[in-house]
Design a protein around this ligand. Sequence first.
Ligand SMILES: [Zn+2]
Length: 485
Amino acid sequence: MDKKKYTDYIDEKKDTFIDVSDRIWEYAELSLKEFKSCELYCKVLKEEGFEVESPICGIETAFKASYGSGRPVIGILGEYDALTGLSQVAEGTERKELVEGGCGHGCGHNMLGAGSMAAAFAVKKYLEDKGEGSGTVIFFGCPGEEGGASKAFMARDGVWKDLDCAITWHPGDCNQVTSGTCNSCIQTEYAFKGIASHAAGAPEYGRSALDAVELMNIGVQFLREHMPSEARIHYAITDAGGESPNVVQPHAQVLYMVRSVLAKDALELQKRVDDIAEGAAKMTGTVLKKKFIDGCSNTVTNKVLESLLYKNFEEVGVPEYTEKEKEYAAKLVDSYEIKKTRLPGAATDESEDIKKYVKEKSQNGTKPLNDFLIPYYYSSKMRAGSTDVGDVSWLTPTAQINVACFAAGSPGHSWQNVSCGHSSIGHKGLICAGKVMASTAIDLYEDPDIIKAAREEFEEKTEDGYYCPVPEGAVPVLSGEKIEF
Ligand SMILES: [Zn+2]
């Protein structure tokens, strides 16, 4: 099978993908508010001949773009949300806001979506050549990755379970196939309603909502000793009542984040946090209201798909850089406030061989751009952090890659990432990602045995069943909004 024809197609259409990436970068829209970004994707995909549906699952900025007929059905996932406070001049080597107080693509989701779309374009071209009934490709526009976890809502609504496989990627500072798992995570906001009163003159008439938040936090603090060691509970007080100490605070709100490896365990732990919140309300004579914010599951690895991605990554090759790009990246590296001492890649702390290889290739971590592919290393290790790709991976075999789009060691969610995400380094990364994913998908259409093997592995790893962290009836919302009583 000559896959080059299709990776060449990505090169032919390169300007389209880069333009979309740069425009999404400029829009820099926050989670669940990616209206312009979603509109742009839908327009470009329609023009290419995809059948586009938006919104889906009641999420306004989500879409699906399909092409082809019959099985296998392969899903390619894209994201496009930005982060607050990270507006930054493109290709800048020092911190300079583009829009005062504006948002920015600090996680590179502008490239994530565009690179995935490039893959979908190439796969469509392949399916066109193969003719009717040879398979289907669906490019999913998944909003709100940073907040909202739309993929988990889409999981609850049955979007992923009918796919044969799903493929995605994430911009990073090195080239690797992502393996290993992460945390599941549930966010819930708790609001307490009390009664305001003069704190000195008539304290007996007051019921403090702030006391309730404090007691809840203390209760959870004691819970921490009696929960599994890999579980985590974090919180942020999103409303501390008022600013006058001489008033009994009549309202207060706290946002909790419960993490455990398995969603099943996070859901159990979540119930204990709920009980503590109820206890705090009772102790203070306040009224409690809680709101589910979002939740996502850990990722299920798939060695079959990961190996296939690696094979294609080797074939496609990694981006090559000009001297100018290397100089620019070196300046970004110089701008880090804290220099990373870790070598690039997730597997360097798991395998001595990979560590040795990466050490040499990265010149002991001093190269400003990681212009090499890290050997594939299958891992079942848990890495702290969460992604809603997890919920996809519990419902269909899923795998992902990282492609270097940022300078080496670039901090996550940083202005340096925003700067680089609108540069030729980022552009090369997204084109490379598109090619690797497209080639992998084509292999899957060509050889049903690979899908069968991926499916067998998937069935074995998910035999306990999927525990959806998103309750029935919940709709995607952002945290921090005031809960009305
Ligand atoms: Zn991200």
